[in-house]
Design a protein around this ligand. Structure first.
Ligand code: F6P
Length: 371
């Protein structure tokens, strides 16, 4: 028999995404309306593990006032972090080296000591893997899928993706006029980690001529051919959208670096593609890296609605006695998917999906090596 809930905690982990505050507000309101108390944990789990770092404490009481007017705002009022995972916490050794330590049991005791009956954790694959680990160790947990990358399994979409695609698309629109005026190649690098969802959707939406995604290793010669053929037809300019995780057919993913307790940082492929296209085609080429701009700003209407639906569904799931699950969009409803089926998995763009077929049929190149 599940214990009744009196107090829940909310935590946001990993990179921020537009729509986080919409989830926080909806979960808070749905919980308060059930007579539950709601506590926000600052910066992932840092507020619980290291309250001394916060002048006003690491926990924030969430009530009507604290979540008023935040649905349309970007970022997260709780703060977030993609360092210091409680299951692989970086600890410096006397010799200066670092090891990753599992602090999950300590964390679960802290939930207990603070009278918290259940956790709603809002995050991407890393945060949901942590959620699964905490659940296995005995914590009552429900996860909410967040990421601009849209790379989570079993949910039709994550919140943040629509806003990121909308903004990237608007930026590419603006690059068309300057690329046309100068007769240049403009390469636009977008985030997305090891999946090409943002590049594919933003590129197709804005009418890019080539889109390079991790799922289709590219040949730079094939992309240069696109530029040359456009020149022959008198178009003079080309727009190439590159996902940060795009991989040359004869090379590796471009990695900026990796610190202890953190995921690999990707980036640099846009610069490589730009330099190679200039060398191969002789055309002036420029690079625009959209980077963290895609994570900022006000969420789109779609993400505000999806975020609120996820937040309310997470509270509903706890109220129904669910545990160890992630809320997943499956219109017209929400599914409850076991966290163990999500943890450490990534959803890639299927090569035969309709969006890719459409792009190919209208002449967009994915830089496939010429046979
Ligand atoms: O997962 C979201 C994301 O924005 C990725 O697209 C990107 O690779 C990564 O986070 C960047 O993270 P950071 O905040 O460490 O720069």
């Amino acid at each position: 028999m599940t214990q009744p809930i009196r107090r829940i905690a909310l935590s946001t982990g990993g990179g921020d995404a537009p729509g986080l505050n919409a989830v926080i507000r909806a979960a808070t309101m749905a919980a308060i309306n059930r007579g539950w108390e709601v506590i926000g944990i600052r910066d992932g789990f840092n507020g619980l593990l290291h309250p001394e770092q916060y002048p006003n404490g690491g926990l924030l009481r969430l009530d009507r006032e604290s979540v008023r007017g935040i649905v349309h705002t970007g970022g997260t009022i709780l703060g977030t972090t993609n360092r210091g995972s409680p299951i692989a916490y970086p600890v410096e050794q006397p010799d200066g080296s670092w090891v990753e330590v599992d602090r999950s049991l300590e964390l679960i005791e802290l939930f207990d000591a603070n009278g918290i009956d259940a956790l709603i954790t809002i995050g991407g694959d890393g945060s949901l893997a942590i959620a699964n680990h905490l659940h296995q160790a005995g914590l009552r947990v429900v996860g909410v899928p967040k990421t601009i990358d849209n790379d989570l399994e079993r949910t039709a979409s994550t919140f943040g993706f629509d806003t990121a695609v909308g903004f990237a698309s608007e930026c590419i629109d603006r690059l068309f006029s300057t690329a046309t005026s100068h007769g240049r190649v403009i390469v636009v690098e977008v985030m997305g980690r090891y999946a090409g969802w943002i590049a594919l959707h933003a590129g197709l939406s804005a009418g890019a001529h080539a889109i390079l995604i991790p799922e289709i290793p590219y040949s730079i010669e094939a992309v240069a051919d696109v530029v040359r053929r456009r020149d022959e037809r008198g178009a003079r300019f080309s727009i190439v959208v590159v996902a940060e995780g795009a991989v040359p057919a004869d090379g590796d993913v471009s990695v900026i670096g990796k610190s202890v307790g953190q995921a690999e940082r990707l980036g640099g492929v846009g610069a490589k593609v730009t330099a190679e296209l200039e060398a191969l085609t002789g055309k002036e080429s420029r690079l625009v890296v959209l980077g963290h701009l895609l994570r900022g700003g006000s969420p789109s209407a779609f993400d505000r609605i999806l975020g609120q639906r996820f937040g309310a569904a997470a509270v509903r799931a706890l109220d129904e006695g669910e545990n160890g699950i992630m809320i997943a969009l499956n219109e017209p409803s929400m599914d409850y998917v076991p966290l163990r089926e999500i943890a450490k998995r990534q959803r890639h763009v299927p090569l035969n999906c309709d969006t890719i077929l459409t792009a190919r049929e209208i002449g967009v190149s994915f830089g496939d090596p010429v046979a």
